[in-house]
Design a protein around this ligand. Structure first.
Ligand SMILES: N[C@@H](CCC(=O)N[C@@H](CS)C(=O)NCC(=O)O)C(=O)O
Length: 230
């Protein structure tokens, strides 16, 4: 029986899990949820995951949500290649990087990306401008850690890379939208501002099956909205 996944287009946490499964070559039975149609709030989904969040996976009778928990579970079920390090030290560092994203970088990058991506930038322009230095602080930290395109920890991609990559992609997508033109983000092209991050992005994009993990609506004309990703 294959592992089922409920996910949503543009959800960074869901994308992490799709990438982790791709790295491990684990097939997933896909259930693509529509945020705008209210799928995550539906009774049938709440019966699977009462919190109503994606990603959620089901393997037989076992149901799990929270993307980092899912990646850790997947890693125990399919240990090779490891997503949480090969040594105790690497495991500690993978968790440290992943949690630093969750507890620090996610807010710093999101403070710039979210208003732009969700159409709030014209009303929150002062807040976006004020958030730009902290965004660069996090990106400089990443640039240094992935020097030359190397993984964040050890010599193979780990959960830490996947977590930061999905956060970065949301920011980069926001930076390419017309609403971003009102700001001097100093982000694109990445090759000029953050060459090591670009090399690292290319490494992740080279994962076999990467194309199938990309958020489908990013390739449609439909703009993201707060409802879709709230
Ligand atoms: N910490 C959770 C975050 C899950 C989460 O917030 N998912 C959002 C999409 S990114 C969701 O399902 N939102 C739908 C809703 O709230 O109705 C994880 O890492 O899995």
């Amino acid at each position: 029986m294959s592992v089922e996944i409920w996910w949503g287009s543009g959800s960074g946490p869901a994308w992490r899990v799709l990438l982790g499964a791709a790295i491990k070559g684990v097939p997933l039975e896909s259930h693509l949820m529509s945020f705008s149609a209210g799928d995550t709030r539906s009774d049938w989904f709440r019966a699977i995951n009462p919190r109503g969040k994606v990603p959620t996976v089901r393997d037989g009778d076992f149901v799990l949500n929270e993307s980092l928990a899912i990646l850790a579970w997947l890693d125990r079920k399919h240990p090779d290649p490891p997503l949480f390090g090969r040594t105790a030290e690497e495991t500690g560092l993978v968790w440290r990087w992943a949690l630093e994203h969750e507890n620090h970088a996610n807010a710093a990058l999101g403070a710039v990306a979210r208003p732009i991506a969700f159409g709030r930038a014209p009303y929150e322009s002062d807040a976006v401008r004020a958030a730009i230095p902290a965004m660069h602080e996090e990106l400089r930290r990443l640039e240094h850690a992935v020097e030359g395109g190397r993984p964040l920890v050890g010599d193979t991609l780990s959960a830490a890379d996947l977590v930061w990559f999905c956060g970065l992609q949301f920011l980069v997508r926001a930076a390419t939208r017309p609403a971003a033109e009102a700001f001097d983000l100093g982000l694109l092209p990445l090759a000029d501002h953050y060459p090591s991050i670009l090399a690292w992005v290319r490494r992740i994009e080279a994962i076999e099956g990467y194309e199938q993990t990309q958020p489908p609506h990013w390739f449609e004309s439909d703009p993201p909205s707060p409802r879709r990703l709230s």
